[in-house]
Write a protein that binds this ligand. Structure first.
Ligand SMILES: NC(=O)c1ccc[n+]([C@@H]2O[C@H](COP(=O)([O-])OP(=O)(O)OC[C@H]3O[C@@H](n4cnc5c(N)ncnc54)[C@H](O)[C@@H]3O)[C@@H](O)[C@H]2O)c1
Length: 273
């Protein structure tokens, strides 16, 4: 397993990670714990068991404190309430990562269900917007600087077949992060995005390989094994990325090592465009 050394670069900071029960969100949360942050782990209430596993890993990694924050990011008032509660308990989150996400169905555009498009946009776009908005307001009220990392996707950069809603949502959060970087720069809050490409193993990798295989497309074969080989064949580094390789870039962007970096998108894709 790829795992970078522990550091103290987030000591004294409060990291809030949404989607922290997920493969990438969990790895990012662990990275912030290994970098010395107090960690606030957020995900759907339905994901409590996996969130507890992330919490155990963060404690074992030496996080000074770990707090759980069950939350649906599409519920705007719940987001505000949760951030206010975090502020009261440990202070405003100043290392914020939005990793909660939903891939949507895999369907060619002509038949893509509009109800699912709305769900994808709600989770990926509205959910990102409200979390960053609430955290930024808390930081500004406390006159504190901070760093935000929005987890986008290469699908938002280049467009993925059968994933028009997801690709649109991730392009939207890229635009959002660049705009937020400008709005929040004066308050000392940096905002950057990362765009993972094919990352695995994990739920999203398995799901996309299976669903691309079972969905008609001019781009992919019809067995998961062949689709996996096709995807890896598209990557110049010839392998999928590990969740830790996403987390290490996010850890850098959250830290003062990236103190002059804002409004950027880092592609974590093994060279695939
Ligand atoms: N895994 C990949 O290959 C890949 C590639 C590019 C981008 N991404 C992005 O990375 C992020 C994390 O992906 P992952 O691989 O960890 O996926 P995952 O499915 O393992 O985790 C996503 C998490 O988001 C949570 N979530 C979903 N809807 C939510 C809601 N309404 N409120 C709160 N939490 C909610 C889920 O419960 C889950 O724990 C996502 O934004 C995803 O789009 C993933």
């Amino acid at each position: 397993m790829i795992e970078n050394a522990a550091s103290d670069r987030l000591t004294g900071r409060v990291a809030l990670v949404t989607g922290a029960a997920g493969d990438i969100g969990g790895a990012i949360a662990l990275r912030t714990a290994r970098d010395g942050a107090t960690v606030v782990l957020s995900d759907l209430a339905a994901a409590t068991d996996r969130l507890a596993e992330t919490a155990d890993a963060c404690r074992a990694a030496g996080a000074p404190a770990v707090h759980l924050c069950p939350l649906d990011v599409t519920d705007e008032s719940a987001v505000t309430e949760a951030v206010n509660e975090v502020v009261a308990r440990v202070g405003p989150p100043d290392a914020i990562v939005t990793s909660a996400g939903y891939q949507g169905t895999f369907t060619p555009l002509p038949g893509y269900p509009i109800g699912d498009l709305r769900t994808v946009l709600e989770v990926n776009v509205v959910g990102t917007f409200t979390v960053v908005q609430a955290c930024a307001a808390a930081l500004i009220a406390a006159e504190r600087a901070g760093s935000v990392v929005v987890v986008a996707s290469m699908a938002g950069v280049s467009g993925a077949p059968n994933m028009a809603a997801y690709s649109a949502s991730k392009a939207a959060v890229l635009g959002f992060s660049r705009s937020a970087a400008k709005d929040l720069a004066g308050a000392g809050i940096r905002v950057n995005a990362v765009s993972p490409g094919f990352i695995g193993p994990g739920r999203m990798w398995d799901r996309q390989v299976e669903l691309q295989a079972s969905t008609p497309s001019a781009y992919y074969a019809d067995t998961p094994e062949e689709v996996a080989a096709q995807m890896i064949g598209m990557i110049p580094l010839r392998r999928y990325g590990a969740v830790q390789e996403v987390a290490s870039v996010v850890g850098f962007l959250l830290s003062d090592d990236a103190s002059y970096v804002t409004g950027t998108n880092t592609e974590i894709s093994g060279g695939s465009a």
